[in-house]
Design a protein around this ligand. Structure first.
Ligand code: NDP
Ligand code: 2IT
Length: 445
């Protein structure tokens, strides 16, 4: 007889045939927690535990019609997957990118369950978004889309039910337009979104949180191996919210970050990436990385992808899913990489992950390494609830504390189950245990 884990993986593939990223995320989690499932197989089967874990509580799909600057109507598809509310209100970002489909949102929502659990804070797992492409759109078009999106989404969310936030393509501008529309329609000024602007309920340090949190974890990882990140060379992909603040914190901690990338090309700057220039190009001008050379004439710009060929000690993929494949992994290992920590969600393919683990690279998966963003979102929710705002240093200190504890939590879980140094297994088991406990306590719902 095949194992319960194998049966459920097969079932997920059969029932959701067009969703390869969702299969990938489910496979990684279920194979990691197999040791726990095997030990409780009879009870878990009777309770339909894994069936309930892999089926979202609710999936919402809706039409988003909006008018472009030429007066033509455009129609996009909106999604919100409310995956698991065992430990708190659904929480997770909204992705705006042409590649968005239900399978992408489900993979992200599934990952979010375990990530949110690892933060130690009371937040369930959810994710949403749309196939809308903010690139090349005017501010008015972005506003029209965000308002149309929220006109429908506002029926399903709320400060105590489901609290969305940013993700790829959704930053401060989009969150502002969505918050305004929610308030207008629902007549409620409440913490229904996180990543808000500071003038209307946002938290200091939320903008920086994912990137900073990633580096707090990397710092602790190196410490736990009696090592230090000061003086190390780091390679980063992406040039968005996560990448920018990962680069900034890495530099503050004494590492030299020599690359970044966007959806069309990449930069190699051996003297270290100029964060001020990067912010101007990406956050203010919303331009391409081709502009970077104007600020740093000694840097190189290349079309296409290529950051993983640069020799480094630390690799931090911070752009998107499956952006680091087996060939990249071989190159990184051949170049002597020590640690790979995921700032993005599932940026490393399954084969590349296995190659890193087989070759002694310290590999930390996104659900642990990038949890600082959603953790700080939960801190924003706390501040909204008590109608107070904490200082930057207060939030930053809490974030650091969360990431240090999170690292030890996953490290200890891996050791406890006989997988020392396997942070994938550690993260999935540690994240799962709390969700399991809450699901068991609440009965069959
Ligand atoms: P942004 O939209 O701010 O930045 C994404 C960056 O990745 C951009 O530089 C983008 O290029 C680049 N990119 C390259 N290829 C792709 C592609 N195929 N699809 C999308 N982007 C691409 O997003 P974030 O920095 O917020 O998110 C990056 C990753 O981190 C995602 O996986 C996200 O899910 C994850 N994450 C984000 C958190 C957050 O708080 N924001 C929290 C935890 C995880 P270009 O500049 O050309 O658009
Ligand atoms: O992937 C993620 O954790 C996010 N995009 C952040 C989610 C959040 O609610 O802050």
């Amino acid at each position: 007889m095949s194992s319960y884990v194998e049966e459920i993986i097969e079932q997920v593939i059969k029932q959701n045939p067009a969703e390869p990223e969702f299969h990938q995320a489910v496979r990684e989690v279920l194979e990691s927690i197999k040791v726990v499932v095997d030990a409780n197989e009879e009870k878990f089967r009777r309770d339909g535990l894994l069936e309930r874990l892999v089926n979202p509580e609710r999936q919402i799909k809706f039409r988003v019609p909006w008018v472009d600057d030429k007066g033509n109507v455009q129609v996009n598809t909106g999604y919100r997957v409310q995956f698991n509310s065992a430990i708190g209100p659904y929480k997770g970002g909204l992705r705006l990118h042409p590649s968005v489909n239900l399978g992408i949102i489900k993979f992200l929502g599934f990952e979010q369950i375990f990530k949110n659990s690892l933060t130690g804070l009371p937040i369930g797992g959810g994710k949403g978004g749309s196939d809308f492409d903010p690139k090349g759109k005017s501010d008015r078009e972005v506003m029209a889309f965000c308002q149309a999106f929220m006109t429908e989404l506002c029926k399903y969310i709320g400060a105590d039910t489901d609290v969305p936030a940013g993700d790829i393509g959704t930053g401060a501008r989009e969150i502002g337009y969505m918050f305004g529309q929610y308030k207008k329609i629902r007549g409620l000024f409440e913490g229904v979104l996180t990543g808000k602007g500071l003038s209307y309920g946002g938290s200091l340090a939320r903008t920086e949180a994912t990137g900073y949190g990633l580096l707090y974890l990397v710092e602790e990882l190196f410490k736990s191996h009696g090592n230090d990140i000061a003086g190390k060379t780091a390679v980063v992909s992406g040039a968005g919210n996560v990448a920018i603040y990962a680069i900034q914190k890495a530099q503050q901690l004494g590492a030299n970050v020599v690359t970044c990338s966007d959806s069309t090309g990449w930069v190699y700057d051996p003297d270290g990436i100029d964060v001020a220039a990067l912010k101007q190009i990406k956050e203010v001008d919303r331009a391409r990385l081709t502009e970077y050379k104007k600020y740093r004439p000694n840097s190189e710009y290349h079309e296409g992808r290529g950051v993983w060929q640069i020799k480094c000690d630390i690799a931090l993929p911070c752009a998107t899913q499956n952006e680091l494949d087996i060939e990249d992994a071989k190159q990184l290992v051949a170049n002597g990489v020590t640690a790979v920590c995921e700032g993005a969600n599932m940026p490393t393919t399954e084969a590349a992950t296995k190659y890193f683990q087989d070759n002694g690279v310290w590999f930390v998966p996104g659900k642990a390494a990038n949890a600082g963003g959603v953790a700080t979102s939960a801190l924003e929710m706390s501040q909204n609830s008590e109608r107070l705002s904490w200082t930057f240093d207060e939030v930053d200190a809490k974030l650091k504390n969360i990431m240090v504890n999170l690292f030890h939590n996953i490290d200890d879980a891996a050791k406890k189950y006989g997988f020392e140094g396997n942070y994938v297994v550690g993260a999935n088991i540690a994240g799962f245990e709390k969700v399991l406990d809450a699901m068991n306590a609440q009965g069959i719902v």
